[in-house]
Each structure stands twice: as structure tokens, then as C-alpha cells.
Write a protein that binds this ligand. Sequence first.
Ligand code: TXA
Ligand code: MG
Length: 344
Amino acid sequence: MNFTALQDIPTALALLEKGDVVAIPTETVYGLAARIDRQAGLEKIFQVKERPFFDPLIVHVDSIAMAQSLAREWSQSAQVLTQTFWPGPLTLVLPKSERVSDLITSGLDSVGLRCPRHLVTLELIRSAGVGLAAPSANKFGRTSPTTWQHVLAEFGDSVFILKDEAGQVGIESTVLAIRSGASGDELAILRPGMITAHEIETALVNAGLRCQWKSVAQHREAPGQMKHHYMPSVPLLWLDQKRSVPEILAEANRRASEIPDAVEGVPLNTLRKEKAPGVFFLTAAALELSNQPELAARGLYSQLRSLSESGVDLIYFCAEPTMQGEHWTAILERLTKATSLKLS
Ligand code: TXA
Ligand code: MG
């Protein structure tokens, strides 16, 4: 295995220092990082990812103290939740300090802050002495990378990668917005993840705090709610009930024109290839997930990538009735957004 060598951290630091980007491992997915105080590096994130500027970046910190220096308000809820879940897969969206540029927040008044549970990356942030803005290290709209090999496949040699084992969590952090309301802090989950609303509420209640939930719709600052995201390079079909492969292929060919070829105006390159008149899909493979959500999440993106690369024309997925509960909500949310076509 070809993991991070001791001299790789100084190399990464030097690149970040001069305003370049570096791919960083985390317990969720790989990030594409730049120092928050290097405009060139921040711009390069958007350029390399082909990401539109309206989607804000998460700032990765090494400690609660660093997070506090980037937030304008640090509520009791923020204190309890960071003490409970950091380092770990929880991003808090809080009012931003002026040290955080508009390029990071897409002009919003809030910033997403997260302390990743990964020793190499924590050491990198600590040595840099400054937060690292990092979205997932994939082209915009596409499947997130969980291994350094995925990052290499995505960006080639153009990005320096801190190589490490695949993350244990496998899907992106829970994004939680906290705002002070008239009667205490108001919370909204902007993106579900493996840290659940139930766990968040339990932590707050155990600390003697009230927990007031707002829906995402009530939350004015909720970007990144695109219909499509996480898409593999061949179409993913969502089945509401089990069907035979010939049936799936026939319906996919009939309805091929409904398969999107762009995400928010960003074209997807390889989704549909016509092989003969009206025939786009000749082979299909099933996405099969573990019935344990932690394992399903860990393997999800790797499986989507390896199925896409196996040469099949489409991937299909049928949710089992047992896939219930908040962990599955997070996994199925990713799959819903990765889906090109629903067959009922
Ligand atoms: O696990 C993760 O969160 C990974 C690793 C690399 O840390 N990062 C990640 O970043 O998933 P990205 O950019 O792919 O997704 C960040 C999400 C987006 O949906 C974005 O809209 C939301 O967080 N977000 C970031 N800052 C925000 C803000 N100020 N207000 C609302 N949403 C925000
Ligand atoms: Mg992403």
C-alpha cells in the first residue's frame, strides 16, 4: 500500500502556502483543500472541480478554538455539539466571522465548519495554523471519492494527494445549521449524514439545552439542495419494485431521453451513448448494499464507481423495506440524487 509518507505533509503545506490545492483524506470522503487565506487556492478549487460559485465550501479546522475564531457567534448548542461529536462527521453552519471570505460562503453570512476525525489531516491543519476550505474531491455533481485512487482517477496528476486508507464513514458529514432565535437556538439539518437528528437532540437535551428543529424549507440559507448530485458515470436507475434485467433494459431504452445529461447546467460527459437506433443500454448491474447502514454507507461510493467502471451500461438499485431509520435516510438521500431515472 502506498500511504502518506512522512515527507508528504511538508510538501502539502508548501503547496497550500503558495496558493495551490491538495487532496486530503477524512473519515467521510476525500476533500480538495486550500488555505482559507489564499484566494488563488480557493479559486483553484472551483476551477479543478468545475464547481459553480453558488455552492459554499466547508472550512476544516483542527479544534474548537479554531472554529470559534471563524464564527461570529458561538452558541451553547455549538459548544455542546462540537464537544460531543468533534472530531467527527458533523458540519455546523454558523454566522461567519469576517475572516471567512465570500468565495468560501458564496456570499452567505454563514460558514460551514467541521473538524475531521483523521490524524493526517488534523496534523496538516495544525501545522498550517489556519482553516482549510475543502469540498469533496470530485468533479461537480459526480460521485464523491472515498479512496486516493478515486481522487487520482478524477483529477490525474494535477492534484497532490495525501494518500491514506479509505474513510470509515463513507458518506459526507451531516450539515447542521444553528441560528439564534427568539427563544433559543434553532436547528435545521441541511444534509443528512451518519450523525443523526436523534443523536444531536440527545446530546443537547443531556446538556440541559432545548432543541428546536426548523425544516430546511424554513431555513433561508440552504444551498446545495440540487436535485442531482453524486452521479456515477453510467446512469443509476431506482426501482420501486424488483424487476427482471430484460424489463429494466427495455424500459430504460424506451425512456432514455428522460435521463439528464447535465447537473445545474454542468454537462455530464458519459451518461448516454446510442449503440444502435433507440438502443442505449444492453447490460445492467445491481447495486447491492449491506443491510447494516454503517457498512452500506462505507461501501456506497466505491461500489458506484466500480460498477460504473466495470463496463455495464447502467446500474440499478431497489430499496429494501428494512432500509428504515435515520442512517438509511442519509444513504437513500445520496442514492435519490444520484438516480437518473425512477422506474415505478
Ligand atoms: O464530509 C464532508 O462534509 C466532506 C469532507 C471533505 O469534509 N465535504 C463535503 O463538502 O461534502 P461539499 O462541498 O461536497 O458539500 C458541502 C455541503 C454543500 O451541500 C454546501 O451547500 C453545504 O455543505 N454548505 C457549506 N457551507 C454552507 C453554508 N454556509 N450554508 C449552508 N450550506 C452550506
Ligand atoms: Mg460534494
